[in-house]
Design a protein around this ligand. Structure first.
Ligand code: DC
Length: 227
């Protein structure tokens, strides 16, 4: 049987950086589900789909196909109708569309089987918003990774500054608050901590410390599972 780790939490808590590192150390497959939602969002943007128009949305979703593959370095690559869109999906505009479109049940249904199928076959560390609550409720280890809004905004600000992208800390903070609101208050698969998840607040922790904590918890649970 495969061993599954679910990591959920709000945007900017450091999930993907930490999940990638922890998965590498444990030799698990890292599954970034946000990238899948972003790929669908890109497909919707390309088609100029009106999310409020049920017919338009249905037609677009029927045309959109998302698949993933792992490259030689074990990095997840995401494909939209056969085209590798792994870089394109990182645009701010795509992130906003992903946040809006991921609240639509038909969008979520499109990815459920893909995500569950991967976890059935392999030891995965999967990150997202609803992995421990909806996608893999039987995961052997669940983590809810969070950080204060102020810390998340400051990290994002630093990231953008390093890339030479002009930005304002205030606007970033507002964006983060808005996204949290949307992710937590949507009616399908809202972001919330699973009852049996271990909560880690990364506000005062380094990436290395959080990674170590998750790896240690995973090793402990894997030991228990073998016993
Ligand atoms: O983690 P991210 O920023 O790449 O995710 C993009 C958007 O997709 C985010 O606004 C929330 C949504 N998402 C989701 O609803 N469920 C997931 N399992 C992963 C992401």
């Amino acid at each position: 049987m495969s061993f599954n780790i679910a990591i959920d939490g709000p945007a900017g808590a450091g999930k993907s950086t930490i999940a990638r590192k922890a998965a590498g150390r444990l030799s698990f497959l890292y599954v970034d589900t946000g990238a899948m939602y972003r790929a669908i969002a890109l497909g919707l943007l390309e088609r100029k789909t009106n999310l409020q128009d049920a017919e338009d949305l249905k037609k677009a979703l029927a045309e959109i196909s998302v698949t993933i593959r792992y490259d030689g370095q074990g990095q997840q690559q995401v494909f939209l109708n056969g085209e590798n869109v792994s870089s394109q999906i990182r645009d701010e505009e795509v992130g906003k569309m992903a946040s809006a479109s991921s609240a639509i049940p038909q969008v979520r249904e499109k990815l459920t089987d893909l995500q569950r199928g991967l976890a059935r076959k392999e030891n995965v560390l999967m990150d997202g918003r609803d992995i421990g609550t909806v996608i893999l409720p039987e995961a052997q280890l669940k983590i809810y990774l969070t950080a204060s809004v102020g810390v998340r905004a400051a990290r994002r600000y630093q990231e953008l500054k390093e890339k030479g992208i002009p930005c304002s800390l205030q606007e970033i903070e507002k964006d983060i608050r808005d996204r949290d609101e949307r992710d937590k208050n949507r009616s399908v698969a809202p972001l919330r901590q699973a009852e049996d998840a271990v909560r880690i607040d990364s506000s005062e922790m380094t990436v290395e410390e959080v990674t170590e904590r998750i790896v240690a918890l995973a090793r402990e649970r894997m030991g228990e599972n073998r016993a």
